[in-house]
Structure formats: structure tokens, C-alpha cells
Write a protein that binds this ligand. Structure first.
Ligand SMILES: Cc1cc2nc3c(=O)[nH]c(=O)nc-3n(C[C@H](O)[C@H](O)[C@H](O)COP(=O)(O)OP(=O)(O)OC[C@H]3O[C@@H](n4cnc5c(N)ncnc54)[C@H](O)[C@@H]3O)c2cc1C
Length: 355
């Protein structure tokens, strides 16, 4: 029945992740057509296997024992540009296209809207899952709709942006409808000859009030990323990570005041924060981690913090998933003890019993 489906067995997953960590997939399929995606799901159903959808592996930590079901990597290609209303250009992109290559193509075509998301690793299909964002821009700002395969209804359909329920690092895909949809294609609306979005302080200070080109913006974003070890293509141990390991916590104003009282008493000059709603403030997780005594380059076994950024837990060479989890737990416990804040991890944990 699945004779022309290339389902492989016992495939090592570590090389398919930016962490370079993880055991084997019992079954593995790289699906290059929608039909193959559906046949892969049928194979899993018939054989009563769990399914994990893999993109570029840049936001996952895979357990040392791997995944006992089917890992289905979505490798659907294609980029189609169409004229929209006025200055709008609509683009339909296959979920398996490399995200950063796609951003580069759009920037060269002078299409604005995703330039600040340059240098983010992974595939296009991964970007709606946590509503990727960086340097003042989020993918939900230009995303129009997402074509998905619905595993509940067993059919292909298109979800509008409103139906995706986007928020800070979240959507229905990683919350209420986790594991239900397989992203096949994403539609964006970009602006022809539009100006780059320069709202993030690092970018503002770099360009000092002048409006740069999209290409310059992309270059500067990539340079800043490289200086923080957040550019996978620069290589090296600092890039063996899943990017930011924790979300920036959002707390009530009263909690911030409480923390200020404790920390100012200890000689700390102030807590960096910015308001996201009148009563809610975001505190940089990296700052909290440093206050709790973890520093750039901190090591525990083969796991450690990036030497350039405390928010990235990295594989310092042959780290196991267990070592990464141990360091994660140490950081979370320390932040809870000192500040009463629960740091929530950003990556997805695959093949663990307790996540
Ligand atoms: C160095 C570095 C820097 C990073 N910087 C940022 C940043 O600035 N901002 C940011 O938001 N993120 C950042 N990330 C995290 C990551 O790159 C993004 O979240 C990216 O979009 C993940 O895409 P992926 O294809 O690698 O997904 P994967 O890691 O393969 O998968 C992540 C999750 O998405 C699901 N998924 C993937 N593809 C599909 C699909 N087609 N259909 C359904 N589900 C799918 C998976 O099941 C999994 O739950 C960074 C990561 C690294 C390593």
C-alpha cells in the first residue's frame, strides 16, 4: 500500500536539529508532496504510531532515547509571488522552504514586512507555530493564512490569521490545538518598496534616525544576531542551541514592584522591563538568569550557556538531552527560589515522558 513511500527505520535525529542532540526515530519520512504527508499519516494510523512533525529542528530538544513513532518531516517546496491590492504582494510559500532563504529573496525583491526576521533558522512551516518574532517584528504581522492538514477532520483546509490565535510566542498550533494541524503552506502579504520596521532599540541606535534599505536592515540584524551567537550558519558551539531557551516572563506591575524592593535593597540599579499591557510587564529572562548567578559560558557537564548570551542553553560538545534538561531545571529552580517566577521554556520537548 505504501510501496512508493520512503519510510526509513531507526534514523538518527541529532543531525536534523540545531542542538545536535537526540536519539533515533523508529520511523522517519521526508514528505515532499501533500499526498506523501497524508500517506505517512495513514501509515502511522494503521501501525498505531504517534506522529511528530519536524521542520528544521531549530526549536526542539529530542530525548536521548529518540522517538518511538513516526517522525514526519514536511519538505514541501515552492514560492509563488502574486500582485495584490495597491503596493501589496501576496506570497504563497511551501512549508519546507528554508525561512531565512525566503526572507533573503523577499528583501532582494524589495518586499517589506519580514526583514527583521532575518537569520532565524528553520523552515517556513515552523514560523506560525510559535509566531516567530525578533527585533520588533512578528510573523503574524504579515501572515494572511495557513494551509493545513487537519488530523481531526482528516482533510486539508485554510485557516485565516484570526483563526490561528497568535500572541507572544504562541498560536493555536502550540496551545489549544497542539498536534492537530500540519502546516503545508503559508500565505503572506508583503509591501512592495516598503520601509523596514525600525522600532527595536539596537536597530534604532544603529541607524540613528535614518531609514535604511531592507538589505541594510537584514545585514545589520544578522550581524547583531552573530554577535549574540544567534546565527546558526556562523557555526561553533554557541550556535548548537534552540535559540532562546526561555520565554521572557510577563508579570503584574505589583510583582515588579515587589522584585524592585528586594533587588534595589541588594544594590541592583533597576530591573529592565517594558509594558505589554497597562498592568503587565515583560522582564528579560536573560537578565533574571544573570541575576540568579548564571553567566555567559556557564557550564554544567557538556551543557552550558552560550558564551555570548545567557538565554541560550547550548550543547558544548556531545551533550545529552538529559544534561540540557538538568541545566534547564537548575536555572528554573534558582529563578523560582529567588524571584518567585516560573520560567517557561520555548523549545518543544520530544520523546520525553514528563513533558
Ligand atoms: C540560533 C537560533 C536562533 C533563533 N532565533 C529565534 C528568534 O529570534 N525568534 C523566534 O521566534 N525563534 C527563534 N528561534 C527558534 C526557531 O528557529 C523558530 O521557532 C523556528 O520557526 C522553528 O522552525 P523549525 O522549522 O526549525 O521547527 P522545528 O524545530 O522543527 O519544530 C518546532 C515545532 O514546530 C512544529 N512544526 C514544525 N514544522 C511544522 C509543520 N510544517 N506543521 C506543523 N507543525 C510544525 C514541530 O512539531 C515543533 O513542535 C531560534 C533558534 C535558534 C537555533
Amino acid at each position: 500500500m505504501h510501496s512508493n513511500l520512503k519510510i526509513e527505520e531507526n534514523v538518527s535525529l541529532s543531525g536534523l536539529t540545531t542542538f545536535r542532540i537526540g536519539g533515533e526515530a523508529r520511523y522517519f519520512l521526508r514528505a515532499q508532496t501533500e499526498k506523501q504527508v497524508i500517506s505517512g499519516l495513514e501509515f502511522a494510523h494503521v501501525n498505531e504510531l504517534e506522529v511528530f512533525i519536524l521542520g528544521g529542528g531549530s526549536n526542539v530538544l529530542i530525548s536521548d532515547s529518540g522517538f518511538s513513532g513516526l517522525v514526519l518531516q514536511v519538505d514541501l517546496k515552492g514560492i509563488l509571488f502574486r500582485e495584490g491590492d495597491g503596493e501589496a504582494i501576496n506570497v504563497t510559500v511551501g512549508a519546507g522552504e528554508d525561512w531565512d532563504e525566503f526572507v533573503g529573496i523577499c528583501v532582494e525583491k524589495k518586499l517589506a514586512g519580514i526583514e527583521c526576521l532575518s537569520g532565524i533558522p528553520g523552515l517556513v512551516g515552523g514560523t506560525p507555530i510559535q509566531n516567530v518574532g525578533a527585533y520588533g517584528q512578528e510573523v503574524s504581522e504579515t501572515l494572511v493564512s495557513v494551509k493545513v492538514f487537519d488530523r481531526h477532520q482528516n482533510k486539508t483546509k485554510t485557516l485565516s490569521k484570526a483563526e490561528c490565535g497568535f500572541g507572544y510566542r504562541k498560536s493555536i498550533f502550540n496551545t489549544t490545538e497542539k498536534n492537530r494541524y500540519i502546516v503545508l503552506e503559508v500565505d503572506y502579504s508583503l509591501k512592495k518598496n516598503g520601509a523596514p520596521k525600525i522600532v527595536y532599540s539596537d536597530l534604532k541606535s544603529k541607524f540613528e534616525g535614518r531609514v535604511p534599505s531592507l538589505r541594510e536592515t537584514r545585514e545589520v540584524v544578522c550581524t547583531i544576531r552573530a554577535s549574540k551567537g544567534m546565527l546558526v550558519r556562523q557555526g561553533g558551539l554557541d550556535a548548537q542551541s534552540a535559540g532562546s531557551f526561555f520565554k521572557n516572563p510577563i508579570v503584574r506591575k505589583s510583582k515588579l514592584a515587589e522584585l524592585e524592593t528586594i533587588l534595589l535593597g541588594e544594590g541592583v540599579k533597576g530591573i529592565p522591563n517594558y509594558f505589554v499591557e497597562p498592568d503587565l510587564v515583560k522582564i528579560p529572562a536573560a537578565w533574571l538568569i544573570e541575576q540568579a548567578g548564571f553567566y555567559k559560558g556557564f557550564k554544567k557537564g557538556n551543557a552550558g550557556l552560550s558564551t555570548k548570551h545567557t538565554l541560550a542553553i547550548t550543547n558544548r560538545g556531545n551533550a545529552t538531552a538529559k544534561e540540557i534538561i538538568d541545566l534547564k531545571a537548575d536555572i528554573q529552580n534558582e529563578i523560582m527560589d529567588r524571584f518567585g517566577i516560573d520560567l517557561i521554556p520555548e523549545p518543544n520537548f520530544i520523546g520525553f515522558d514528563n513533558f
